[in-house]
Design a protein around this ligand. Structure first.
Ligand code: HEM
Ligand code: HEM
Length: 192
C-alpha cells in the first residue's frame, strides 16, 4: 500500500487492522466503563450527609447514558466495517471473539438494568439536566431486582475485563505480535 492511500483509509477498519474510529471508540469507552465501575462502587458507600451523596449517582447515570449512546454508535460502526482477523492459537481466537461479543451484550444489559434501577419509582432519568428519559416500567421490587442484576453483571464485566487485558498483554509481551498496538497504539498496526 502507498503511504498516501494508507492515510486516507485509516478511519475505517480493514481485515488486517482497526481504523482510527474503532480505536477512538474503544479508548473512550474503556475509560468510561472503568470509571463507571469505580464510581459505582464508591458512590454506594457514601452516607446521606456526604456532600456528594446526590451528585455522584447523578454523574453515574449521566455518564451511563453517554456510554449507551457510544455503544449504539460502536455497534453500527462494527456492523458496517470489516472485522480484523485475530491471531493466536486455535482456542484463543474463539475465546477472544466470545469475550468481545459478550462485552457488547453485557454493556447493553448493564445499561438497561441501570435505567430500570433509576426509573422504577416512576421518575424520569435526568441526563446532566440536558434531557430526560421517561420512566416506562415500574413495579414492586423492580428497583431491587434491577439493582441485583446491575450488581452481578458489573462484576461479570470486571472479570471479563481482567481476562481481556491479560490476553492483550500476552499478545504484547509474550507473542510479540501486533494485536495490542493495532487497538491501542498511536500508529495503528505498527508491527504489521
Ligand atoms: C444508563 C446507564 C446506567 C445507569 C442509569 C446506572 C445506574 C446505577 C444506579 C442507580 C446505581 C446504584 C445502585 C444502588 O444504589 O444500589 C448503580 C450502581 C452501579 N453501577 Fe451503574 N448505571 C449505569 C451504567 C453502568 C455502567 C456502564 C457500569 C460499568 C461497569 C456501571 C457500574 C455500576 C457499579 C459497579 C455500581 C455499584 C453496584 C453495587 O456495588 O451495588 N453502571 N448504577
Ligand atoms: C485498559 C484496558 C484494555 C485493553 C488493554 C484492551 C485491549 C484490547 C485490544 C488489544 C483489542 C484488540 C483485539 C483485536 O485485535 O482483535 C481490544 C478489542 C476490544 N476491546 Fe478492549 N481493551 C481494554 C479495555 C476494554 C474495555 C473496558 C472494554 C469494554 C467493556 C473493551 C472492549 C473491547 C471489545 C468489544 C473489543 C473488540 C472490538 C471489535 O472487534 O468489535 N476493552 N481490546
Amino acid at each position: 500500500l502507498h503511504k498516501k492511500e494508507e492515510n486516507f483509509m485509516h478511519w475505517r477498519n480493514t481485515h488486517q487492522r482497526y481504523g482510527l474510529t474503532s480505536i477512538a471508540l474503544h479508548r473512550v469507552m474503556a475509560i468510561l466503563v472503568i470509571g463507571l465501575f469505580a464510581l459505582g462502587k464508591y458512590m454506594i458507600t457514601l452516607d446521606y450527609y456526604h456532600s456528594l451523596y446526590l451528585a455522584l449517582p447523578e454523574w453515574h447515570r449521566g455518564l451511563g447514558v453517554l456510554t449507551a449512546l457510544l455503544l449504539a454508535a460502536r455497534l453500527l460502526w462494527r456492523w458496517s466495517n470489516p472485522l480484523p482477523d485475530l491471531s493466536g492459537r486455535s482456542w484463543e481466537k474463539p475465546l477472544a471473539r466470545l469475550v468481545h461479543r459478550l462485552f457488547y451484550v453485557l454493556l447493553l444489559a448493564i445499561v438497561v438494568s441501570g435505567y430500570l434501577i433509576s426509573t422504577a419509582d416512576g421518575h424520569a432519568l435526568q441526563v446532566f439536566g440536558w434531557f430526560d428519559i421517561p420512566a416506562l416500567i415500574s413495579g414492586a421490587n423492580l428497583e431491587d431486582r434491577a439493582g441485583a442484576v446491575h450488581y452481578f453483571l458489573t462484576w461479570l464485566l470486571a472479570f471479563m475485563l481482567a481476562l481481556h487485558v491479560a490476553g492483550a498483554l500476552k499478545h504484547q509481551f509474550i507473542d510479540k505480535d501486533a494485536i495490542f498496538t493495532r487497538m491501542l497504539g498511536f500508529a495503528p498496526g505498527q508491527r504489521n
